[in-house]
Each structure stands twice: as C-alpha cells, then as structure tokens.
Ligand binder design. Structure first.
Ligand code: RIB
Ligand code: CA
Length: 305
C-alpha cells in the first residue's frame, strides 16, 4: 500500500490503521496540500509516524497546490497546524529527498501490485497517472476517500477532497484501473461517539490518549455544523475497505466529476439510476458496520505504545 494523504485528523487515524494491520505492507506515505499547506501535512505525517515508532516508513512531499494552482485548505476543521488538539512529538525523521512522484514510481517499479489509498485531494495521484502511464498495470487498485452521492460538505454540491482539485479527481475517475470511492454517505456513518473516544483514552497507552485528544478536537466543528457528538473518521474508511472483512458495502456505479459548474464545481455525479446506460466503473461505499469499524480502530490503537 502507498498512502497519499493530507494529515489531517482522520488521515492520521487512517495511517495508524494501515500500520497496525499485519496484512498491510505500507511501502510509503506521500503528502499533498489539502487540510493544511504541504509543509504542515508533511510535518504532520512525520509527527504521527514518530508517535507510532514507525519512522522507518518513507515520507515524500508531493503537490503544494491543486492542478489549477489555487491553494485550498481547511484550517477551520483541522486547525492552523492541520493536526491541532494534542501533544504530538516533533518529527524524529525528515521527508526523503525525493518527490512523491519519484518515491511512488520507485515502489511501483519494484512491486507488481500496489494499492494506492488516497485520503486527500487527488493531485499527486493524477500526477502519477499522467507522468508514468507505464506504471498503471502495477496499480492493483486506487481506493479514495472523497465525493458524495448527494449533499457535499465543503459546498452544497461538493466534498472537500474533490472540491479542492476536481481536475485531478476527474483524471483519476477515468484512469481505467480498479477504483473504489468512499463518499460522505458512508463516512458520515463512520462517526465516533463520546463513549468511543472515552474507550480510546481508557486503552491506557499514550497513543490512545493522544488520539482521544485529536478526535475530541476534530469533533468540535462537527458538533457546530451537524450537532454530532463525535467526528466522522472519513479517511480510515478507505483503509478499512482495503482490509475487507465485510464492514463496508459498495455498489458499482458510473461516477463523473464536475470541473466547471458555477454552483457544482467538484461534485461527484454518481449515476445510481438502475436503467443508466453509462459504464459503472467505481465501487462506491454506501454503508458500514459502525460498531465493527470502531472495534477495528480501538484494536489498532492498542497495538502501539
Ligand atoms: O471531506 C473529508 C475529507 O477532507 C477527509 O479526507 C478530510 O481529511 C479532509 O481531507
Ligand atoms: Ca484527508
């Protein structure tokens, strides 16, 4: 697996889940601007790897802005650092002296079946597909968190990751490799409760304490916006989909991305009509066993000191 992310509170839990599971070999983490500018998302990835004792995993920084050159970030959700709310360690490692494109390409050249999990704007993934079409056959699947069948979160029409870089998302949706998309319809079901965050803290390890603080911070804006008592763990749903186990139900639909609409830019148009003649190419997450998902997250957190 290569995890392309913009940590980000839920990205951080997605990274922890990938590292906790023996069936996942996390080859690399690549970072992209999104929740915070690239410098912060890269630093945050390194801080989480330092906390988890996994600075052996290489981190490479990617795009510092979307394909259209306009930086779009979300400090109101994740704070100025992009990962506010807890006493995370300073990074004990640095990003490698290679770009995200170079690092991902090197692993794709060395491995013959790599799953790319993307939990931020898709700028890096689109850049890889465009720069190295020869490596496409080595991409086993692309599993992304993003999009919405109905209501967006960043606009009425669009979810943040797609809204931030719709051109990149459009390129990924038409790349021809096996695709799975975890939209808000499934990730909004994957919410923590206050009891779940208390259970995180009760694990008794430092990782549980830190992630309980991070999740409580991430919960604030969702309480204001939606009245929820806990945050949706959007990005870990993408990793949970790769792990399988029947937690997540998907349906295969045609998905296209609106890149120009004055009111709908960044919308994922998911064609759910049973009589649609369009080719259904994307496995779209539609439901999740929330309790099993939370158990999976707590078991993963318990793996670390
Ligand atoms: O809209 C939710 C997505 O945007 C998640 O990936 C979150 O981390 C933010 O990047
Ligand atoms: Ca993210």
């Amino acid at each position: 697996m290569i995890l392309d992310c913009d940590p980000g509170h839920d990205d951080a839990l997605a990274l922890l889940l990938a590292l906790a599971r023996p069936e996942v070999r996390l080859l690399a983490v690549t970072t992209v601007s999104g929740n915070a500018p690239l410098e912060q998302t890269t630093r945050n990835a390194l801080r989480v790897l330092t906390l988890l004792g996994r600075t052996d995993v290489p981190v490479a920084a990617g795009a510092d802005r979307p394909l259209d050159g306009v930086l779009r970030i979300a400090p109101e959700v994740h704070g100025a650092s992009g990962l506010d709310g807890a006493d995370l360690p300073e990074p004990a490692a640095e990003a490698v002296d290679a770009s995200a494109l170079e690092l991902a390409s090197a692993f794709l050249e060395a491995e013959d079946a790599v799953t790319i999990v993307a939990t931020g704007p898709l700028t890096n993934v689109a850049g890889l597909l465009s720069a190295r079409p020869d490596l496409l056959p080595r991409i086993e699947a692309i599993v992304l968190m993003g999009g919405a069948i109905g209501e967006g979160n960043w606009t009425a029409s669009a979810e943040f990751n797609i809204w931030a870089d719709p051109q990149a998302a459009a390129a990924v949706m038409t790349c021809g490799r096996p695709l799975a998309m975890m939209p808000l319809e499934v990730t909004h079901q994957a919410r923590l409760s206050t009891a779940d965050m208390a259970a995180m803290e009760a694990l008794g390890n430092r990782t549980g304490l830190i992630f309980a603080d991070l999740m409580r911070y991430f919960a604030r804006v969702h309480a204001e916006w939606y009245g929820w008592d806990g945050p949706p763990i959007h990005d870990a749903v993408a990793v949970a989909h790769v792990l399988g186990g029947g937690l997540i139900t998907t349906r295969r639909y045609p998905v296209s991305v609106e890149v120009e609409g004055r009111h709908t830019r960044g919308r994922t148009v998911v064609d759910t009509r049973p009589f649609s003649s369009a080719e259904a190419t994307v496995d779209v997450g539609v439901s999740i066993d929330r309790e099993a998902f939370v158990r999976m997250l707590l078991q993963a957190i318990a793996v670390f000191p």
